[in-house]
Structure formats: C-alpha cells, structure tokens
Ligand binder design. Structure first.
Ligand code: IVH
Length: 669
C-alpha cells in the first residue's frame, strides 16, 4: 500500500469504529458482533503500529494513551456548576411547583420534563470543533479538576462528535457505574485485600480520579448528559427536550426514561410509576427524579439562586427500610479461605433496587443480630449504601426458624473449617481449596499485582476446574495447546495471554510480593518490603525484624514470617524461580536504574551513626532526593532522636516513617 492508501485505510477504520460505537452506545442497535468489532480495532492497531506517525489523539485506539498523571490540574468552569434543590416529599415538590408558577406569572403553565436522577458525579465535557478536549469534575462548582485522560477512557463518551460540529460545546452530565460493574470492582477490591467501595457513587468518583487511565478504563464507567455548560455553540433548541435530542444526534449518551408531564398531578403519578415499575429495572443507581421546566425561555426567566437553578428540582425517594424474609444463608469462600455468611432474601425492592442477597460479614454479626434462616428481617439501604440487615423481627417468629451455624466443612472443597484464635473469621484450612485457588490466581494476575491481562474469571474457572492449573506456578508452564482447549480461545487470544504471562516474569518485586496474597500485605506494604529486601532476604527475615518496619506491626510481621515459613510457599517460590522469574533483578528500580530514584526523603531529628549531610548523601547516591519539608508526596521520613513537627506531619499525612535502623538497612549500610 502507498502511504496515502494507508492513511485512507486508517481513517476508514476509525470512521467505521466510531459509527459502531454510536450504534452501540447511542442508538442501542449494534450491527456487528463483539468479535467483528474487535477485529476492526485490531486491524487499526496494527496499521497504526506500523505507521506511528499517523496516530492521532482522537483515534479510537488512543482511549488510554494519555500519560498517567498523579495530580489533576485545577480547571475554572466556564460558568458555575450548580447543584439541585431537593424535594423529599410530595409537599416539598408542590411547594417548588408553586414557586415556579409564581415566578412565571399568572396564566402561564409550565410543561415539565422528568429524568432519573443518576447517582454518580457530575462532569463537564468540552468539545472544540467536534473533538473532546477536556473533561473536568465539578469540584467546588467554580473550579474542578482536569480528568481529561480518564474521561477519554470512558467508552460511551465520544472522542469525536457525530458530524464534527464547529465551535466549542460544553456538555455536563453524570459519570456513574452500573450495579453489575460496581459488584465486579468490589469483588476485585476484596480479593486484593482492600476495602470495598461503600456505594456506586464513591466507586465512580474513585475510578475517575485514578492516576492511571487504564484503571479507569477497567472500571467500565458510563456517562449520561443532562445539561449544557456555557457554550459558544450548542444544539439549536427552544426546549430542554430539543436540546437533549440535539445532543443525541451528536452522539452523546442521554439518560433513559425521559418523560413529559403537563401538570403537578401528572408528575406525582410518574413519581409513583417510576418507583414501582421503572427504577427497579434500571442497571444503575438512581436516588430520585429530576423534574425540569421544559421551555428554555421560561428556564431563563426563572434563573438560578447562587446554589441551584429555580427551573429544576431533585424529587428524591426517601432512604428506605424494608422487611423481607431470609430464605437461606449460604457461605462464600474468599482468597484467604475466610468463610463469609451471605443471607439469601426473598427479593425485595428497596431505595431503587431489588435486593435478593446481603452479606452478613461474619458469624459474630450473625450472633449479634441473632439471625436465623426463615426470619423476617429489616433491611436498610440508606442513600446508595450496600444494603444491610439492621434487625430481626422477633415477634414474627413461628418457631420453625433454623439457627445459622458456621459450617464444619468448606462449601467448596469439604476441608475442615476452623476459627482461628483471637480472630473473627472462620477459615477453610485447605490451601489448595479450589475457591481459594481461583481467588488467589485472580489476585496474582490482577492489574495491581502481576497485571496479566486476559486472565479473568472465565479462564481461571476453566483452568482450575480441569486441574490444569493447581498453583500460581502452573501459569508459567501453560502452553498454547492448553489454552486452545479452553472455550472461546483462538490462536490470537492464546498468544496474547502467553505473551502477558511471559511479560509478568519481569515485573517489579513489589508486585510479586503483593500478588502472592500474603494476608495483611497490601500494595503499599509490598512496596516498602520490596525497597528493603530481595525475595530471599524477605523470606528469611524474622518477625521481630519485620515488626520494626514502617507500617508493619506485629500482626503483619507474623503473617509475613509464617507465610514464608511454610514449606509449600518455599516450594512455590522455587518453582517460580525455575520458571524464570528473576527475583534478584526484580528489585524496585527507577527509570535511571538506581534503586531509590523518584523517591523523596525528609530527615528529622538526629541520627547516631551519621550526620544529616552524610544521610542525605547516602540517599542521593541511590537516586533519591532529599527535601526539608514533608508533604503527601514525600516517600519516607527518617526520624532520629528528638524528631519534631516533621514527624507529626508525616504521621498526619500517612507518610511512612523509618527509624535509624530501618533507614540504614534501606541504604545498605
Ligand atoms: S440537571 C444543576 N439532571 O444531581 C444543573 N442533574 O444533586 C442541572 N444529576 O449536580 C442539573 N441526574 O450532577 C440534572 N438527570 C439529571 C441528573 C442530574 C443526576 C446530578 C447533577 C447535579 C446533582 C444535584
């Protein structure tokens, strides 16, 4: 192909992909299968890889191309991003409607538009000549944060508007996550030993403010537009409805279930209908309706207060408590073997969703509630918080209720389940329990650990169930043939996965330590450990020594020591070494090859073995910087005797603090 033909083909593929995106996200009428779409994307990627000069930022391949940034620059909004006034009862809604009527004057009856109030975070998107140039969070309403790189990673947000309209358009809307994806994120968070997000809104907010746009992309956020920012050009419209239709024609996604109402009574009827019929079926969290005056001239006449427009109101559904019956209590087994009781409920609608199962967390909680199978319980879902059982309706007992007892054997592998001394959790004692194995494999391969893309639940299930993979080490001798035997695996996918596994051999030591899934060792602790030890050293370090490290207390230290003390783990490490994971070379090293590059140290107090200058020199030799003031970006504060306010500040900001012994170890003295 000539250079010109290549460029034309690249453009053609981009147009086709954009059109499929529009059909999928906007028109809800996809025309091609996922496989066909993927193959277009692959063809484009291959052409762009061969012709990197032809790559442009608006190419569909570049959604996660932007550089990772650790801070989000402030963005002044073109006009204030307002909030909405709330109405939490019929009376309050009628009051709002009366104020609207008064504001418009006698004889003028507004028409209303009703939309679901999406429970996410507001976000402003700016397009210039049809190209997405900026995404910003609401912030304090006047100034938000620049999250452009992450907004680009949201697949339903077009990078190029349909018809590439001229001028500057700012569209405001809501970034949110579907219930299903929220559950997946939380499962992954829990498997990684992190706290789950309390609700979809927090999850969406946390996912949009990620340093790495690939993480945002993996969270499958969505966006629906609901209002216009200050724009040079916008869709030509005389009503809110026309404005939304104009946005849709440009390929911008809109909330579903838009309705019109001619009177307050009609709004009230829709409020009840939405609650009973529509909202329970929605894929995402909704905490009310937004009722807007449709006519844009009327909107302008009504204007806004400092906080909110007078032409719209959030008509909320009250946080609910509901009664339902516990039909069963089942047990789920986590990565560390912890057995969690989960109540299966008679499905019930509560604050916008249907709830059919709720975690009881642990058996102490079951005891505290005195909950039995068959009990009538009160469940609560305040705001969008994960539903919980608040109490048991003891008066409703018939005597047929059955107590919930911790299982004696694991529901998955039948091994003995026991309660550890001084711990709340009951655990399955079989380290090769399939449930634990699967969760461990998923954790090992997860993005923050060894980052083996394509090694998801379906693959793990098949490999573990067939017995082909019974340990992390087995990943490293998987062959093409093994993978081709799995469902849905063709050559290309098998090769990609093998390449990912191969690449994981060279990941930093911190990721391996984290990926091993040592109890109580999160990413941050893994990094600290990797900066102080090689794997051999770590596996031999006594708990008494580990205990002195920053953020490592007695519990964590003994967990690490007992993990490495097990013959099985030693065997695993030996196998990983044989598989070519080169632990020595995996030490955390920065871009310039020095072990502490990119790190910043602050010294406070006096060291007994060297002067401040010598100490600073020793970290600089290893590539780090020494600074005199503590901030959240400080990597370590080294505290000698009589350390003062800098130590207090480090503690306040959660910056790791090293004592002299730990510091000397770190710099290898
Ligand atoms: S219209 C205030 N429509 O709710 C400017 N807002 O509690 C006009 N929200 O900040 C907003 N769904 O981020 C509008 N269908 C919807 C909405 C919606 C959710 C958010 C919005 C606003 C917040 C106020």
């Amino acid at each position: 192909m000539t250079a010109k033909a290549v460029l034309a083909e690249i453009e053609r593929l981009r147009r086709e992909i954009r059109e499929h995106d529009r059909r999928y996200y906007i028109l809800d009428r996809p025309e091609v299968s996922d496989a066909e779409y993927d193959s277009l994307m692959r063809a484009l990627k291959e052409l762009e890889a061969a012709h990197p000069e032809a790559v442009t930022p608006d190419s569909p391949t570049q959604r996660v191309g932007g550089a990772a940034s650790s801070d989000f620059k402030p963005v002044a909004h073109s006009g204030p991003m307002l909030s909405l006034e709330n109405a939490v009862s019929e009376g309050e809604f009628r009051d709002w409607a009366a104020r609207v009527a008064k504001g418009l004057g006698p004889g003028e009856r507004p028409e209303y538009v009703i939309e679901p109030k999406i429970d996410g975070l507001s976000c402003a998107l700016t397009y210039e000549n049809g190209r997405l140039v900026r995404g910003a969070t609401r912030g304090d309403g006047a100034t938000g944060e620049d999250v452009t790189a992450n907004v680009r990673a949201i697949r339903s947000i077009p990078l190029v508007l349909h018809g590439t309209p001229a001028g500057r358009i700012e569209v405001r809307g809501e970034v949110f996550i579907d219930h299903k994806d929220f559950d997946l994120v939380n499962q992954a968070e829990e498997a990684a030993g992190r706290e789950p997000f309390v609700n979809p809104r927090n999850c969406a907010a946390g996912s949009l403010r990620q340093k790495d746009p690939r993480v945002t992309a993996s969270r499958r956020l969505k966006f629906y537009a609901h209002s216009l920012g200050a724009s040079e050009e916008g869709p030509k419209a005389s009503t809110h409805e026309e404005f939304l239709d104009g946005l849709k024609a440009m390929g911008i996604p809109l909330p579903p279930l838009r309705r019109k109402a001619a009177s307050v009574e009609e709004v009230l009827a829709l409020y009840a209908e939405f609650r009973d019929r529509h909202l329970p079926r929605l894929a995402f969290a909704v905490d009310g309706l937004v009722v807007k005056v449709n006519d844009l001239k009327q909107q302008r006449r009504l204007g806004a207060t400092a906080k909110s427009p007078r032409w719209a109101v959030a008509f909320k559904y009250p946080a609910s408590k509901t009664r339902t019956r516990v039909e069963d209590v089942v047990f789920s087994v986590g990565r560390t073997g912890a057995v969690t009781p989960v109540a299966k409920l008679k499905p019930v609608f509560c604050a916008g969703v249907t709830i059919s199962s709720v975690s009881l967390h642990n058996f102490d909680e079951v005891g505290r509630l005195d909950l039995k199978v068959g009990d009538e319980v009160v469940i609560e879902r305040a705001g969008e918080v994960i539903p919980k059982v608040v109490s048991v309706v003891k008066e409703a007992r018939t005597g047929a209720e059955k107590p919930v007892l911790p299982p004696k054997s694991c529901p998955v592998c039948r091994a003995r389940v026991a309660k550890e001394e001084d711990a709340v959790a009951y655990r399955c004692g079989n380290p090769s329990c399939p449930a634990q194995l699967k969760r461990s494999l998923l954790h090992f391969a997860s993005r923050d650990a060894m980052d083996i893309e394509g090694f998801g639940e379906a693959v793990v299930d098949q490999l573990a169930d067939s017995g082909r993979v019974a340990s992390i080490a087995d990943l490293y001798d998987l062959t093409r043939d093994d993978l081709l035997k799995l469902e849905l695996f063709a050559e290309k996918r098998a090769e990609n996965l093998l390449a990912q596994v191969a690449a994981s051999r060279r990941k930093p030591l911190a990721r391996l330590i984290y990926g091993l899934g040592i109890r109580h060792v999160g990413e941050k602790t893994a990094e600290t450990l990797a900066s102080l030890y090689d794997l051999q050293g770590l596996s031999e370090a006594p708990a008494s020594e580990l205990e002195k490290l920053p953020e490592v207390g007695a519990v964590v230290a003994s967990s690490i020591a007992s993990f490495f003390g097990s013959a099985e783990v030693r065997g695993l490490l030996e196998r990983l070494r044989k598989a070519g994971l080169d632990f020595e070379k995996m030490e955390a090293r920065g871009a310039d090859g020095l072990p502490l590059s990119g790190k910043t140290f602050v010294f406070t107090g006096e060291l007994s073995s060297m002067t401040r200058d010598q100490a600073e020199g020793s970290v600089k030799e290893l590539g780090a910087k020494a600074s005199s003031s503590v901030s959240s970006k400080t990597s370590f504060v080294v505290a000698g005797s009589e350390a003062g306010s800098k130590l207090a500040k480090a503690r306040k900001l959660g910056v790791p603090v090293l004592d002299e012994a730990a510091f000397l170890k770190l710099v290898g003295r």
